[in-house]
Ligand binder design. Structure first.
Ligand SMILES: Cc1cc2nc3c(=O)[nH]c(=O)nc-3n(C[C@H](O)[C@H](O)[C@H](O)COP(=O)(O)OP(=O)(O)OC[C@H]3O[C@@H](n4cnc5c(N)ncnc54)[C@H](O)[C@@H]3O)c2cc1C
Length: 382
């Protein structure tokens, strides 16, 4: 098996780092983001991280969080480690704490939050692999010395109507080989490995870890999108590519769309739009009830998100995501309406937030959630 190449992040100007020598990347200015069994992130560590992410958000939107240093900040703060089980070299934070951190990060830099959720999805799939693969990848992923992302939409929400699998796995040459297309991979040109999903000869879905320098793998230039182009999302073509590891679906976490993390990001984006609206409301009393109503709705979604994470109740998840999608778009539109023409000018936060809010209509959006949105848009009774 080809192991990952250790890549130490470069130091970031203006950020002072103190490292615990045993866990060199988990402390940022002496603060660790997650403490085992504590259902919330360390507020001081989260504030330091979010301020640093906010300071470089404009650069991140241009070059992506890997080149801007934002992803290294996630590693150094201990945020990445929280997603990885303690037995695999992470700190295994409770889901509630992770969701709180995701909301706060998304409110400051949605591009970084997207890169983080794709990294987390890939890491979660790797936790379903055999011991040797876990030991090779997970401690390094927790420390941020190697990076990954996920390209699995072809198994769930992309190209499903075409009748043929986009990416095929075969064992023709005495080992697994992948051929076809992975249509969506955030950060493909910036990470060390892609976790992807393909369909085998017998129709079985399998996951694979594929280093991005593998022969036969061609990463297209990042797409220029309505928003979040800084996520450097590309399609990736595979021609007879040998993966470094296979992960059987019976142990892997499986393809999960519309999970709570996606709702957390929509909530974070809503919080950012509310901040713009509330800033305007300070000087205009007529805006106060609008801001208050949206703030109350946001608190309601947050409470449902926390309940879903605590109860493990999956029934409300699609409805929750659909409601969060509706809210994030209305909150961004309210911010734009309140900021008027000035908010429509490129460079104003309201303009960016309106564009970014629409991302939630298409990203990791299960058919049920898309169906609810289409009924609401067309005012068809469900
Ligand atoms: C910014 C961004 C980042 C993303 N990052 C990742 C990532 O890192 N990893 C990942 O796995 N995924 C990622 N995704 C993918 C995402 O989660 C969805 O899978 C994707 O948005 C689905 O869109 P699609 O165009 O591929 O869907 P498709 O279903 O392939 O639709 C494409 C087109 O096909 C036609 N069509 C669709 N359905 C039908 C039908 N039933 N009958 C006839 N025609 C039809 C329509 O014209 C449609 O425009 C990302 C998406 C975005 C926007």
């Amino acid at each position: 098996m080809v192991g990952p190449v250790a890549r130490r992040p470069e130091s970031i100007p203006g950020v002072q780092h103190r490292f615990d020598p045993r866990r060199p990347w988990f402390n940022h200015n002496g603060l660790n983001m997650f403490t085992p069994n504590t259902p919330a992130p360390n507020p001081a560590a989260l504030a330091v991280l979010c301020d640093a992410l906010g300071e470089r958000a404009a650069v991140t939107a241009e070059v992506g969080p890997w080149k801007s240093g934002a992803f290294d900040l996630l590693a150094r703060s201990g945020a990445l480690a929280g997603f990885i089980p303690a037995a695999d070299g992470g700190t295994g934070a409770p889901e509630l704490a992770i969701l709180d951190a995701l909301v706060a990060i998304a409110a400051r830099c949605l591009t970084t939050a997207l890169a983080l959720t794709q990294w987390a999805s890939a890491s979660r799939i790797i936790t379903g692999s055999e011991d040797a693969v876990r030991a090779t990848w997970l401690p390094r992923l927790a420390a941020g010395t190697v990076t990954t992302t996920v390209g699995i939409a072809q198994l769930s929400t992309s190209r499903r109507h075409l009748g043929a699998p986009a990416l095929i796995a075969s064992t023709a040459h005495g080992g697994w080989r992948l051929t076809g297309l992975c249509p969506w991979v955030t950060g493909a040109d910036s990470v060390d490995a892609i976790v992807t999903g393909a369909v085998g000869q017998d129709g079985q879905q399998l996951f694979f870890i594929v280093p991005t320098d593998s022969p036969g793998l061609v990463i297209a230039p990042p797409m220029h999108m309505l928003a979040l182009s800084g996520s450097r999302t590309s399609s990736v073509a595979f021609t007879d590519v040998a993966p470094s590891a296979v992960i059987e679906p019976r142990t892997a976490g499986g393809v999960r769309t519309g999970g709570l993390a996606t709702t957390a990001l929509a909530l974070g984006s809503t919080v950012a739009a509310l901040a713009v609206l509330e800033g305007e409301a300070v000087h205009r009393a007529t805006l106060a009830p609008v801001a208050e109503a949206l703030r109350a709705e946001t608190r309601g979604i947050e409470a449902r998100l926390r309940r879903a994470a605590t109860d493990g109740d999956t029934n409300d998840r699609d409805r929750l995501r659909a409601d969060a999608n509706g809210l994030v778009i209305r909150a961004a539109q309210a911010a734009l309406t309140a900021t008027k023409g000035a908010g429509f000018v490129e460079g104003h936060p309201a303009a960016r937030l309106v564009r970014e809010a629409h991302f939630f209509l298409v990203w990791s959006c299960p058919q049920t959630v898309a169906g609810i949105a289409l009924c609401e848009l067309s005012r068809i009774e469900m």
